[in-house]
Ligand binder design. Structure first.
Ligand code: GAP
Length: 465
């Protein structure tokens, strides 16, 4: 059927609606009225998350002979966060409105008014002064000049560790997975007997008490990161930095299937750099609300290992036996947020098409490796042995791919449902199947239909998927 693309750029509202309707993402704790900024991933959502993690792990760990995996604890010794600088530096500048008691991020508030990076290098006093001088109103209640001075607010969640309240120690939920890697550098390098350069990768949850948590799953308080710390000889970090930026871009385009026009690289200005970094670039994605960070690639120098040596008293230096050298390695870190990638993948794949018959088709053009369901299997009717035949085909294909069997409703509606969850292929079992053992295979993007013998389905999908 001929089609016309009526909406290539998705709006956030459409994505949120599709995500809920089709079981990708639900609001957290909904039956209790919801818990703001928490999300639960439904049957389709969890498949995409697992697929993305698997693709990342294959490309960043299994495919490389210079990267190893790790799964460290979420709860780490509190000194880790003193050493890393998170206790003193991991802050957002906040202001309260004295009138309505709402709290907001001063830098984001000013940058929305004055433009990107307006607050880079500005002190808390300077930001407070600008807000008062310009007579800005409270974003919540509209009052003027009722603000407290801006102050720093630490983003780490605190909890207590211990059997009873009296002897409990205050600890933090990790705000990044990276530190679990640094404190295991010695363990991994000794047991693996790896020579530098090599990397350690990990996937896991991180927590940040974000005040401006917003834009659906873009910025949340609980999220998952896929991080890799690549340890190299001092002086080689520039070469490795370029290598990892290219490697990440290639993965996003060739493996995940993002459109090259939807991503770009943005280098950080010197004033913008984190306390541990001498160079950082972000891979940004064009989200429905504008360009924003997807992946941060940072040259972290030897900051973290130096600090952990100092705070733990352990010697974390690497010994280069060949050249008789002992040194703290430098680190290049590609740090990606899984949930942001999930949002990018949905937004990039979303399309509304006007079909020849005037109908609107909503379709997710997901890469087959990312798509939650690979093959939809439908009997045209439930009767006359068609359902039994379809189930037979389902049983044999679902040994290899995640398939969905659906026998309810008109065939067109069943196709539309699979289009909305991005299923690349659908098979229909009809009366001809019972005569010549062939089925119709319909391809999601072109909607072209092929007649394929049941005996060739496995090899057909091995080639296509
Ligand atoms: N270890 C370095 C680090 O954590 P980051 O730039 O703060 O660097 C890395 O975080 C990535 O984690 C970001 O590029 C983003 O994709 C994701 N991320 C950070 N904060 C997030 C949040 N509040 N919600 C969702 N994803 C987040």
């Amino acid at each position: 059927m001929a089609k016309e693309n009526i909406k290539e750029d998705s709006s956030l509202k459409q994505i949120v609606s599709l995500a809920k309707r089709r079981g990708f993402v639900f609001g957290g704790s909904e039956i209790y009225g919801g818990l703001s900024n928490t999300f639960d991933y439904g049957p389709q959502g969890i498949e995409i998350l697992l697929n993305l993690k698997k693709l990342w792990w294959q490309y960043f760990v299994h495919k490389r002979d210079d990267v190893l995996g790790l799964d460290s604890s979420i709860l780490l010794h509190p000194k880790v966060w003193e050493a890393s600088g998170h206790v003193s530096n991991f802050n957002d500048p906040l202001m309260d409105c004295k009138s309505c008691r709402s709290r907001f991020r001063v830098d984001k508030f000013l940058e929305d008014k004055k433009g990107e990076n307006f607050c880079v290098g500005k002190s808390l006093d300077e930001m407070t002064q600008i807000i008062l001088e310009e007579n800005y109103k409270c974003p919540n209640c509209g009052s003027e000049k009722t603000f407290t001075p801006a102050r720093q607010f630490n983003l780490m969640f605190k909890t207590s560790h211990g059997a009873s309240e009296e002897d409990a120690t205050e600890i933090y939920l990790r705000p990044e997975t990276a530190q679990g890697i640094f404190i295991n550098f010695k363990n991994v390098s000794q047991i693996s007997r790896r020579k530098i350069p090599f990397g350690i990768a990990q996937i896991g949850k991180s927590f940040r008490n974000e005040i401006m948590a917003r834009q659906f799953i873009f910025r949340t308080r609980e999220f998952e990161q896929m991080e890799m710390e690549f340890f190299c000889e001092p002086g080689t970090q520039g070469k490795w930095f370029s290598h990892w930026v290219d490697y990440c871009m290639t993965w996003l385009i060739n493996v995940v299937g993002l459109k090259p026009d939807s991503i770009r690289i943005r280098d950080h200005d010197p004033e913008e750099l984190s306390h541990y970094s001498d160079k950082t670039s972000d891979i940004e994605f064009k989200y429905p609300f504008g360009w924003g960070e997807l992946w941060g690639i940072a040259s972290r120098t030897d900051f973290d290992l130096t600090q952990h040596e100092k705070f733990s008293g352990e010697d974390l230096k690497y010994i280069d036996q060949e050249n008789k050298k002992k040194f703290l390695p430098y680190v290049v870190e590609p740090a990606l947020g899984l949930n942001r990638l999930f949002l990018a993948v949905l937004a990039d794949a979303y399309e509304e098409e006007k079909l020849e018959d005037g109908d609107i088709r909503t379709v997710l053009h997901l890469h087959p490796k990312v798509a939650p369901v690979k093959i939809g299997i439908f009997p045209l009717m439930k009767k006359d042995g068609l359902a039994e035949k379809a189930k037979e085909i389902y049983d044999s294909l679902s040994e290899h791919w995640y398939c969905e069997y659906d026998e309810g409703g008109a065939i067109g509606k069943r196709y539309r449902r699979q289009d909305e969850i991005g299923t690349p292929f659908c098979i229909t079992i009809d009366y001809n199947t019972m005569e010549d053992n062939t089925v119709t295979v319909r391809e999601r993007d072109t909607m072209n239909q092929d007649r394929i013998p049941v005996t060739s389905l496995k090899s057909y999908f091995i080639e296509k998927l």
